[in-house]
Each structure stands twice: as C-alpha cells, then as structure tokens.
Write a protein that binds this ligand. Structure first.
Ligand SMILES: Nc1nc2c(c(=O)[nH]1)N[C@H]1C(S)=C(S)[C@@H](COP(=O)(O)O)O[C@H]1N2
Ligand SMILES: [Mo]
Length: 322
C-alpha cells in the first residue's frame, strides 16, 4: 500500500497556491500514476471536481493585546493560511482540510488535564480561556517540508494554563493529544498515522514565553483547518510540533513519544528545533520557500528565535537531538 506522508512530498510539490490547485494533475504528469493515486488522498477523485476553500470569516475576538514578540515581516494572506494546511485528520493534501474540516464541531469542547498535577479533570474551553489575555503574536511558521509563512495568531502563553494546572515536581514534560473522532475526521479511516495525534514539549519549552496556545487568527476565532478551537504554536520548532484541536494535556515524567517520531524516528525527532545545519535524511533544511514568494530563503537557526531560546539547549548535541 502506498501511503503518502510528508517525507514523501517532493520539494517540487512545495509550490504556491495558484500552482498547487492543479497539483494532482502535475504530479501525475511528473511522476506517473502510482504517486498520483496516493496523492488523491482522502477525497479521492472527487477532489478533482472541488476547489480548496478559504475559511469563512468567524467571530471577532475582543480585547486583543499587541505583543512585543511579534515579527514585523509581511503577513501571509488569510487565503494562504486557511487553504495550505497540514492536518492529516482531514486529509493528507494541503487543500483537503479546507474542504473536509468545514463542518467540524468545536463547541462544546473539553480539554482534559491529567498526570503529574494537582488540578486534574475535564475543563470546558471557556474555562481554559477564562482570565487569559489574548495577544496577537505574529510568528514565523516553518514546516519540515520546507515551506514557511508569517501568521498573526491570537493566543496566550501556555505557561498561564500550566500554572493553573499546578504541575508537581515530577512533571518534566507536557504531552498533548488531538481529538480522534473518526465520525468527524475522515483522515482517521486511513492508517497514515497512528491516531490520535500526539505531541510533547519539555517543561521549560512549554513554560517559555514564546510558547502559546492559539485560539484565533487575524483577530477572529481560529478556523477549523488551522486547529480550532485550540492549538499550539512554538515558533522555533518545525510545524509538526504545533498540535491542533487539543483535547488532552498530560503532565509526565518521561519524554512523550510524539506522532512523527513514532512514524519515522530517523526523520522526525522529539525536539524538532528548526536547524538549517541538520538535514532531513532526504533533503536539506538550509532553505525554505515562503508561501507567496518565488525564491528560496535561507532558513535561520531556531527559525530566527535563537536569541530567546538557544539557552534552553546549551550543552545539548542538536545533531543527535533533532
Ligand atoms: N492534529 C494534528 N496536528 C498537526 C498536524 C496534523 O496532521 N494533525 N500537522 C502538523 C504539521 S506537519 C504542520 S506543518 C502544522 C501546520 O499548521 P497550519 O496548518 O496551521 O499551518 O500543523 C501540525 N499539527
Ligand atoms: Mo509540517
């Protein structure tokens, strides 16, 4: 069986939206039918008859604070950020989540807190958001597939949530789990990943002021394809760390096995720090293509956040801990 995973995606596929609309036909022409068949993903041939759809505009979020952590680079468009997504629960093609997550139900939403902490149990989303100041964080976003975007997330420091959970001294890592609802998520019918999607951070990474829980985009509630109603943003790490639609937060003593490490440990590590000096086994990570631009850019160490985060990894071998 031919299963498509990010590792199989060639750099030739990393194209602008205007080009990737015809990507399936392009792949077919370029590489033959086997890959093309896999690339039709969850939608199958039906996808050829449908177009990717930018998310409808949602409710405006109130009282958003500007953040000094924001990048001043040119923002990617709403259309890019809501039609060029990795969210395998809704298909493995970039445009599939925009079509297949449209009716995903995000209310009511419960986040269950568990593990090494005093305040365990289910929490509804309103309680997760209660007392938090929403900030606009314009972050660089770099996928391991070598594309990048500039995204105006709306969120709040993950540390504010963690403090509320009162972790014990045994809590060395935080593990996050995505909803795994095969009724709503057609991607779960495919064994492309072991579901549900899991990610983790070391406690100091989780507590870092740059690490946020995201509830919005461009001043509005988060679109479904971007991980509504709650996802992570850790801007110095590759995209796969940015787990979407979180339903579980667990404080643990041992390093969690994150989904992509589980899938291919030689290609995707636990740390996933953006590092132009460490190649992916099958391609260089020295450059990236900003969606909407033509020429490749040089990738920056820690995605340009080195001043803030390099000290977290002093003494660590970042070739081994990729
Ligand atoms: N639950 C879940 N979270 C996920 C993924 C996924 O497939 N499922 N893909 C990851 C990858 S590889 C990337 S690059 C980012 C993409 O986030 P974006 O669509 O908001 O840009 O989501 C990450 N979070
Ligand atoms: Mo990614």
């Amino acid at each position: 069986m031919l299963i498509k995973k990010p590792a199989d995606i060639k750099s030739s596929e990393i194209t602008d939206k205007k080009l990737y609309v015809n990507r399936r036909e392009f792949i077919q022409a370029a590489t033959g039918t086997a890959v093309a068949a896999a690339a039709t993903g969850v939608l199958g041939s039906e996808a050829l008859l449908r177009a990717s759809t930018p998310a409808p505009h949602g409710r405006k979020l109130e009282g958003i604070k500007k953040s000094t952590f924001s990048s001043d680079e040119k923002l990617n468009k709403w259309e890019d950020i809501t039609t060029y997504n990795n969210y395998y629960e809704f298909g493995t093609d970039k445009d599939e989540p925009s079509m297949l997550a449209r009716n995903f139900k995000t209310t009511p939403w419960t986040v269950t807190v568990d593990g090494e902490c005093a305040k365990k149990g289910p929490m509804n989303l309103e309680d997760v958001l209660k007392g938090k100041t929403l900030e606009e964080r314009i972050y660089r976003h770099r996928c391991v597939e070598r594309w990048s975007m500039i995204i105006p997330w709306i969120g709040f420091p993950l540390s504010d949530f963690i403090k509320q959970c009162e972790p014990t001294s045994k809590a060395k890592f935080v593990e996050f789990t995505t909803l795994g609802d095969s009724k709503q998520m057609p991607g779960l019918r495919s064994p492309v990943l072991r579901w549900p999607y899991v990610e983790g951070l070391r406690m100091d990474e989780a507590m870092h002021p740059l690490t946020i829980l995201v509830a919005g985009l461009y001043g509005e509630v988060l679109p479904n394809q971007d991980g509504a109603p709650l996802r992570l943003a850790v801007p110095w790490k590759y995209g796969f760390k940015h787990i979407k639609s979180i339903v579980k937060v667990r404080f643990v003593e041992k390093q969690p096995l994150n989904t992509w490490q589980d899938q291919a440990a030689n290609e995707y590590g636990f740390y996933a720090n953006v590092n132009p000096a460490v190649d992916h086994p099958r391609w260089s990570q020295a450059t990236e293509r900003r969606i909407g631009e033509f020429l490749m850019r040089k990738t920056l160490m820690f995605n340009g956040y080195g001043d803030q985060v390099a000290s977290l990894y002093s003494g660590m071998d970042l070739r081994r801990n990729y």
